[in-house]
Design a protein around this ligand. Structure first.
Ligand SMILES: [Zn+2]
Length: 253
């Protein structure tokens, strides 16, 4: 399976309706909001530049991020460049960043049956454990694609499962299919800036995601400058920047 083919996942009307209908099922609503604005910066897959440049941007402010890793992609080159290898990610983990789960093969959880989803996630769990990573407490659905079977299979395994539909996390938000906003493409910076402002107004939690972080990014990534400006914006607006795992703990606490 090439990653390019993978990125043309189910964009049909049927796929969109399925994702929307599934948002009504197998819900696990957050009992409370964070009480203050929070922003998480996450990196899906994760390209090597997300580790080098992403870490540099966050760590210059003493902050940490979340890497949703699909272990089979590790060390492979795709449309977002070379993906990070074990050493990159374990060094990030040692520095306090979160290593989270994104399925082993970047499986489309909206299309696969329950047994296939469970086996693929199990395989990623084993691979990350063999790397020396702590057990992941959060998960991102590849392509943001979700089915009822996926929510049933995975809902109990993780404290939070992230999709790709836009929104904020506050009291009542489904933690089995949590929203996120992407820094992707030329409009990504303005879009995420606007969502940071909304999170501040509502004292809600925004999870941001991107992929590669490089001067000439793929359509799924952003530049180091964009990432830095968005981190600065969140800090200026006095949002707290936390990993996704830390954010869930705040909801519970
Ligand atoms: Zn992905």
């Amino acid at each position: 399976m090439s990653e390019i083919a993978a990125y043309s996942a189910d964009r049909s009307l049927k796929g969109k309706l399925r994702r929307r209908l599934v948002r009504l099922a197998e819900r696990r609503p957050a009992r409370r909001g964070p009480g203050r604005a929070m922003v998480s910066f996450s990196f899906d897959d994760a390209p090597a530049t997300a580790v080098t440049e992403g870490r540099a941007a966050l760590e210059s402010h003493g902050l940490r991020g979340t890497y949703f890793v699909a272990a089979e992609l590790s060390g492979r080159t795709g449309p977002m460049g070379l993906n990070a290898v074990r050493e990159d990610l374990m060094q990030a983990a040692a520095a306090g960043h979160e290593i989270a789960c994104h399925t082993y093969s970047h499986l489309d959880c909206g299309q696969a049956d329950r047994a296939t989803i469970e086996a693929d996630v199990e395989r990623n769990t084993a691979a990350l454990s063999a790397w020396g990573a702590a057990p992941a407490t959060t998960f991102a659905y590849p392509y943001g694609d979700v089915s009822l079977a996926a929510k049933q299979a995975l809902g109990g395994r993780y404290a939070l499962l992230r999709g790709l539909h836009h929104g904020l996390i506050e009291a009542g938000t489904d933690l089995n299919q949590a929203p996120a906003v992407g820094i992707e493409g030329p409009e990504g910076e303005v879009l995420v800036r606007d969502w940071i402002d909304r999170a501040v107004q509502r004292r809600a939690w925004l999870i941001v995601y991107t992929h590669d972080v490089v001067a000439a990014p793929s359509p799924f990534g952003c530049t180091p400058g964009t990432l830095s400006r968005l981190i600065d914006h969140a800090l200026t607006r006095r949002a707290e920047i936390v990993t996704v795992a830390e954010g869930v703990l705040r909801l519970a606490g």
